[in-house]
Design a protein around this ligand. Structure first.
Ligand code: NDP
Length: 448
């Protein structure tokens, strides 16, 4: 790899050889290693202790069968994964994704990102991720429950509040977490609240957890804009996706005075020049679990565009909040031509490497997901704190804590970028700051 430091290139080759066919994992590793050259030059002790090789190899990878019975009485088989990537800073922590595209390479990319993201929050949590190729779309509540119960019947033995603490991700929201927690509690006969996060408020959940990822992404954007004496107020914003992250990113952007004019799902996008009506969006997506076109059916100012790219809609701030590699180089060029000034990844790795290059070359403020969307896992850690102390905080208090944490994440990225010679480069800053913290802990813990 020509742009990798020679101290790192060989390790990337090893990752390619040991993990064949896992394209998303390769992409995530290359993105991180591509920024660590100055770090390993300065800290040869990381090289001597094989920190790079160790950090790229998960501590444990679980793959298991999930049999369940659908409403027609037919037996269905899915495959599920949990990758316990790194526990140098704390118990493995990271969500579960239910989507037909899930395979080991996606879970490993997400788990790898999670190591550095969790370190950036400044909280004592390690990195892990999981999921299944189960598709909840079109399934009844009873089917989703039976699937979740079957999955937990295997997974429970690997979990624990001091061991591994899953949460939600694509396709896993409050409903799924409830069924997973119910089965864990039943099998173990323990009310171990801290074993899962993203729980409902009725049984140990935290205020602001639902909103946290989207809110955090917007606060991070605001912090970036501040460095140029700018703000979100009066800005035209486009969000992709219309799930958990997208909805609450849009809500907070509006609260800070922006106008959010478009969002999407995998069927197409809606443009609403009057500004998105968040309550209607929540009704359509969270309550009715309908397609995004239903939003346009209900609202006169909105139009639905089937297929196509939401990034064709001109905006000053773009918040990709759907899925990996959803925004490519051509779309990035369109955004730059249309005058985008800031892009923050609410999703994990939504911008392709070429898109990131286009933004950075165009002088656009760019926040990588491992920094911009860290508010979700940070609030999960706050949920664990509340569970451990048998306490529950108010919305206002929790929101204030999250806001402070996101300012801290921003400042850690900015400081590390400055220190290692790339001022204003949040990609380098996030990777370096997260890596150094984990690497120091791994050094201290010895070869384990
Ligand atoms: P949801 O399932 O709530 O929403 C996902 C949204 O993205 C939906 O609108 C979905 O559309 C769209 N989407 C998913 N896959 C595709 C695809 N292949 N093509 C186009 N659109 C797609 O998930 P979340 O909002 O929780 O997660 C979104 C992103 O944010 C993910 O990358 C996730 O890893 C990341 N993230 C989430 C956190 C959280 O706390 N939830 C924390 C940190 C990161 P459709 O319904 O049509 O599939």
């Amino acid at each position: 790899m020509s742009h990798l430091d020679p101290l790192l290139a060989e390790h990337y080759e090893t990752v390619l050889q040991r993990n064949p066919g896992e394209q998303e994992f390769h992409q995530a590793v290359l993105e991180v290693l591509g920024t660590l050259g100055p770090v390993v030059r300065k800290h040869r002790e990381y090289v001597d202790a094989a920190i790079i090789e160790r950090i790229c190899e998960p501590e444990r990878q679980l793959i298991f069968r999930v049999p369940w019975t659908d409403d027609a009485g037919q037996v269905q088989i899915n495959r599920a994964f949990r990758v316990e990537f790194n526990s140098a800073l704390g118990p493995y922590k990271g969500g579960m994704r239910f989507h037909p595209s899930v395979y080991l390479g996606i879970v490993k990319f997400l788990g790898f990102e999670q190591i550095f993201k969790n370190a950036l929050t400044g909280m004592p949590i390690g990195g892990g991720k999981g999921g299944s190729d189960f598709d909840p779309k079109g399934r009844s509540d009873a089917e989703v429950m039976r699937f979740c119960q079957s999955l937990m019947t295997e997974l429970y033995r690997h979990l624990g509040e001091y061991t591994d603490v899953p949460a939600g991700d694509i396709g896993v929201g409050g409903r799924e977490i409830g069924y997973l927690f119910g089965q864990y509690k039943r099998i173990t006969n323990r009310y171990e609240s801290g074993v899962l996060t993203g729980k409902g408020l009725a049984y140990g959940g935290s205020q602001v957890r639902t909103e946290a990822t989207g809110y955090g992404t917007v606060w991070f954007t605001e912090e970036m804009l501040k460095t140029r004496g700018q703000s979100l107020s009066g800005r035209r914003v486009v969000v992709s996706g219309s799930g958990n992250v997208a909805i609450y990113a849009a809500q907070k952007a509006i609260a800070l005075g922006a106008q959010v004019v478009a969002c999407s799902d995998s069927s197409g996008y809606v443009v609403d020049e009057a500004g998105l009506d968040i309550e209607l969006l929540r009704q359509v997506k969270e309550v009715d679990r309908a397609r995004i076109s239903a939003y346009a059916d209900e609202r006169g100012s909105a139009t639905f565009v089937a297929g196509g790219s939401v990034w064709d809609v001109p905006c000053e701030v773009a918040l990709p909040c759907a899925t990996q590699n959803e925004l490519d180089g051509a779309e990035a060029r369109t955004l730059v031509e249309n005058g985008v000034v800031a892009v923050a990844e609410g999703a994990n790795m939504p911008c392709t490497p070429e898109a990131v290059d286009v933004f950075q070359a165009g002088g656009v403020l760019f926040a990588p997901g491992k920094a911009a969307n860290a508010g979700g896992v940070a609030t999960s850690a706050l949920e664990m704190q509340q569970n451990a102390s048998r306490d529950s905080w108010t919305f206002a208090h929790t929101e204030e804590r999250l806001h402070e944490i996101m300012k801290g994440v921003h400042d850690r990225c900015a400081t590390a970028a400055e220190e290692y010679g790339s001022p204003g480069d949040y990609v380098a800053g996030a990777n370096i700051s997260g890596f150094v913290q984990v690497a120091d802990a791994m050094l201290a813990l010895g070869v384990v």
